[in-house]
Design a binder for this molecule. Sequence first.
Ligand code: NDP
Ligand code: 2IT
Length: 451
Amino acid sequence: MDIFTKNYLDGFMAEVIGRNPGEPEFHQAVREVAESVAPYITSAPYLMDLKVLERIAEPERIIIFRVPWTDDRGTIQINRGFRVQCSSAIGPYKGGIRFHPSVNLSIMKFLAFEQTFKNALTTLPMGGAKGGSDFNPRGKSDGEVMRFCQSFMTEMYRHIGADTDVPAGDIGVGGREIGYLFGQYKRLKNEFNGTLTGKGIAWGGSLLRPEATGYGLCYFAEQMLATRGAGFQGSKVNISGSGNVAQYAAQKAMRLGAKVQTLSDSDGFVYDPDGLDEEKMAYVFQLKNMMRGRISEYAKKYPTAQYFPGQRPWCVPCDIAMPCATQNEVEAQDAENIVKGGAICMAEGANMPTTPDAIRIIQGAGLLYSPGKASNAGGVATSGLEMSQNSMRQHWTAEEVDSYLRRIMSDIHAACLKYGTQEDGTVNYVKGANLAGFIKVAGAIVDQGLV
Ligand code: NDP
Ligand code: 2IT
């Protein structure tokens, strides 16, 4: 990086940090993109003059609101709700809702910022947003979750709409929560429309939306592996998390011939040396989605598997690592373990699961490495397909949706190659994804004037 570009980058980051104190995840996400796109910006000075990156790093709108509700004992509970509408440059705001006790403004802003570039990569017309609450769904009854969702939507409904902002699921928000949110939205607006995605199949949802993030992740990883003549067949795969993304990544990797060795949650991980099969997968779906149990139960049900409390799966040697739980879950020591274990590929299912130090270790060791905004974009892309079906009042078959999903993941991979192939022929997927996303969003911002 030349000195002029370095000065631009340092000045830009100093301003972002100064304007947004105490938001480390937001700084981390912005810095990663800025490092990739700074040379492009300084080579096209009108982008500097128009302060395009500075504008994307300042969300268009942030809504923070009180969410009061009553628990099953009749006690009043107060949570905080968020919706960060980062960019509407290329379409209505679009992005998930997260319910987790760790949710705060920094996490919401980093996710909305990431979503803006991810959505641009999907080739579909969607802006970037994220929302959520510090509500903890763990251990809550269905009635408590429903009352919370209704109260959350009672404020959020006035800020969203099919052509304005279209939320969906994320951590702690799956089909049950989308149902309660949609029910309350419909009641308040007296409109049945496509304002939320991830809906049930009988009421406007798209086939394959639940599967899409995990399946898309495997389609993307297949393309990366193919650049080195490799594939899932016969490979050992470690997955973290055991929620929506992890489950369908595991199912697809297994069906593509891989041995899926691990799953985890925030309490620990399970290692199954025999790998998952269809019957074990069916048990995981039931355990996590019906019984809402912990992954430790897996080792009780299948005694050849071992449970490691308080640990992450990265200490088990594998060929392909797919973090599918949460941000910064792969730290430097984990990255060293992944490299030492002989892995050739790390494909992110979660958003920003790898710390900057860990990314340097993974890339430095020459692994194929894809950032979440490229490899987990299949979820929001299929949300985009759900929006299309809602607008057309149509319902596509699973085969139709799957073929769109495959094509979109392949297009994202091609964009990463186009903008990320380096002089020595290797591909920097971080640079490729950030630059491809930025060029699209920046072009729209320039076209639309100072808004
Ligand atoms: P789920 O709520 O279905 O599952 C989350 C999983 O991650 C659970 O196993 C959970 O364990 C674990 N987890 C959550 N927080 C932590 C933590 N602090 N430390 C360790 N483990 C944790 O969420 P999703 O599968 O939907 O989301 C997983 C990741 O994928 C997130 O980063 C999300 O932003 C991203 N993503 C999701 C998409 C989607 O369509 N759903 C699309 C693209 C990305 P526990 O039960 O112990 O909390
Ligand atoms: O991080 C993500 O891309 C999601 N949680 C999915 C968002 C969506 O609108 O489907």
